[in-house]
Design a protein around this ligand. Structure first.
Ligand code: NAP
Ligand code: MG
Length: 488
């Protein structure tokens, strides 16, 4: 375990320099697998610290936007190479700081590297179209202008991939950035920014300011020089970001919660459906915005599916994510653990039947971590909290239905619409699902949690602000279209 002396204190990165906050205050980031293990200390910054960062990003924006896209791309390739060299160390920090298993953390870091390389290439791709003008002597075309300074606010569940999938497109399209990461995973985010620092981007192009959401996050929402805010997190905070940005005419992009269903049809490959339901619902301790949480099963195969599912859930190995044989780590924080446990209690109170799990996991050696048993309920009805609200934990709610039409109706009975999947071998069911499922990602014979960096990502209904991230869709948020008309 780390002793007090060994704990490193990390600084903000502002205007190309590692800088302490003006407050003399630090936050200790702890390991959710053992709350006595401190991963690092980070700055608890003030609004004034943020203002310095915003001013430096504003100063850097003309220099940065006037570089050729290929030069901005070269910087991103360099960042990718540095991150690749540090992949094991940064993945290990992620596991220690938020609990997901080391292979998952390494996979996420590898994704971060791929995202950087993908957007580095974007620096040389087309940004507009030629449109015939009504005047035959004129040339009319579209080009793209960056927004200017972009505020990036990120959650703790993907502490490498989410900051990178926002920062990389922001930068390649010519914006400068101020990042405010989730407090719980600030050390991991700071290590990502160390990679940008090592790649020697011009001072002010990328800045990170750690601190409380209510201070630094709110400061980004309110700052008149922040031209756009990209946010991923809870729907409560997302609404604040949207309202605040709208009120002062800044562009905003929100990616928020999910309550993602999987439909298992009578004709499904049941082993595949069970594997994918467990992987989609319980991997990463259910803390993915695309995690499966509602399992809607057709009646003919309901009992067989349920038995197979419970059998597999009982085999899940819980433990510290750095141990080789661990399949599921802890919840990312004590408050997250308490939220999960309170939803489990609500599920019981509201009359759902607990099939497996349901308690804090207190095996010897793990008492000081935020572990919870993977949990499955049945007899869940649509009005119950465990059916409607995002739990963000390894809790599955089983619902029995007779027909695929009924399954789709149940699946769509949600304020969220991020991701959804169906297991079926019938083309007709697949086509109905593609057409009628209200979700930004619809996946067939694949788990609900799965995102490809080169494809658009985002939700319908209250899961997002209806914009899309990743792939080439990212250009829509991070730039404005300029229509140009030229006549000699
Ligand atoms: P959160 O509490 O909303 O926090 C997200 C970020 O907002 C953090 O950096 C947080 O800072 C900051 N923040 C908090 N209060 C703020 C305020 N008043 N003004 C501005 N910023 C503020 O969410 P979380 O608990 O970190 O993450 C879990 C949530 O993220 C889940 O709901 C999940 O569904 C969602 N999520 C969505 C996606 C997606 O793409 N749709 C992906 C991943 C996660 P602090 O850390 O200091 O509180
Ligand atoms: Mg939070």
């Amino acid at each position: 375990m780390t002793t007090l002396k060994e704990v490193k204190t990390y600084l903000n990165y502002i205007n190309g320099k590692w800088t302490p906050a003006s407050t003399n205050d630090v936050y200790s980031s702890i390991n959710p697998a053992n709350k006595h293990d401190i991963v690092g200390r980070v700055q608890v910054s003030s609004k004034e610290d943020l203002y310095v960062a915003v001013a430096s990003a504003k100063d850097a924006k003309n220099l940065w936007k006037n570089l050729p896209g290929s030069t901005r791309g070269d910087y991103l390739f360099k960042v990718a190479n540095v991150l690749e060299k540090r992949i094991d160390e940064i993945a290990e920090t992620m596991t220690k700081e938020m609990g997901k298993t080391f292979p998952e953390a390494k996979g996420e870091t590898a994704r971060g590297i791929a995202i950087l390389r993908y957007y580095a290439g974007e620096g040389m791709r087309k940004v507009g179209d030629v449109i015939p003008a009504t005047d035959s002597e004129a040339l009319m075309f579209t080009t793209r202008a960056p927004l200017g300074v972009v505020g990036v606010i990120t959650p703790w569940n993907f502490p490498v991939a989410i900051p990178i999938w926002k920062i990389a497109p922001a930068l390649i399209y010519g914006n400068t950035v101020v990042l405010k990461p989730a407090q719980e995973t600030s050390v991991t985010a700071l290590k990502v920014i160390e990679c940008f620092a090592e790649a020697e981007l011009p001072a002010g192009v990328i800045n990170i300011v750690t601190g409380a959401g209510s201070v630094i996050g709110q400061g980004l929402i309110d700052h008149p020089d922040i031209n756009g805010i990209t946010f991923t997190g809870s729907d409560q905070v997302g609404k604040r970001v949207g309202q605040g940005a709208f009120a002062r005419g800044a562009k905003y992009q929100l990616e928020m919660g999910g309550k993602n269903p999987v439909i298992v049809a009578n004709d499904a490959d049941l082993n595949l459906a069970v594997e994918a339901t467990i992987s989609g619902g319980i991997r990463s301790t259910g803390q993915k915005c695309t995690a499966t949480s509602r399992v809607i099963v057709q009646s003919d195969i309901y009992d067989t599916f349920k038995e197979k599912l419970i059998q597999k859930v009982k085999e899940i190995k819980i433990g510290d994510g750095l141990q080789n044989d661990t399949w599921m780590g802890p919840c990312a924080s004590e408050s997250q653990l308490n939220t999960v446990l309170s939803y489990i209690e609500k599920g019981k109170e509201e009359g759902a039947t607990l099939l497996v799990g349901g308690k804090k996991y207190d095996e010897k050696g793990l008492e000081d971590g935020f572990f919870v048993e993977p949990t499955v309920f049945e007899n869940v009805s649509n009005e119950m909290a465990i059916f409607q609200e995002e739990i963000f934990g390894p809790v599955l709610a089983l619902v029995k239905v007779d027909t695929i039409e009924e399954a789709l109706e149940v699946a769509n009975d949600s304020k969220f619409g991020l991701s959804a999947s169906i297991f079926t071998t019938k083309v007709g069911h697949m086509l109905s699902f593609i057409k009628d499922m209200d979700a930004g990602l619809v996946r067939i014979n694949a788990e609900s949690a799965g995102v490809e960096l080169q494809a658009p990502f985002g939700g319908m209904k209250q899961s997002s602000s209806h914009s899309r991230e990743q792939g080439q869709a990212a250009i829509e948020f991070f730039t404005s279209i300029k229509t140009v008309f030229v006549k000699n």
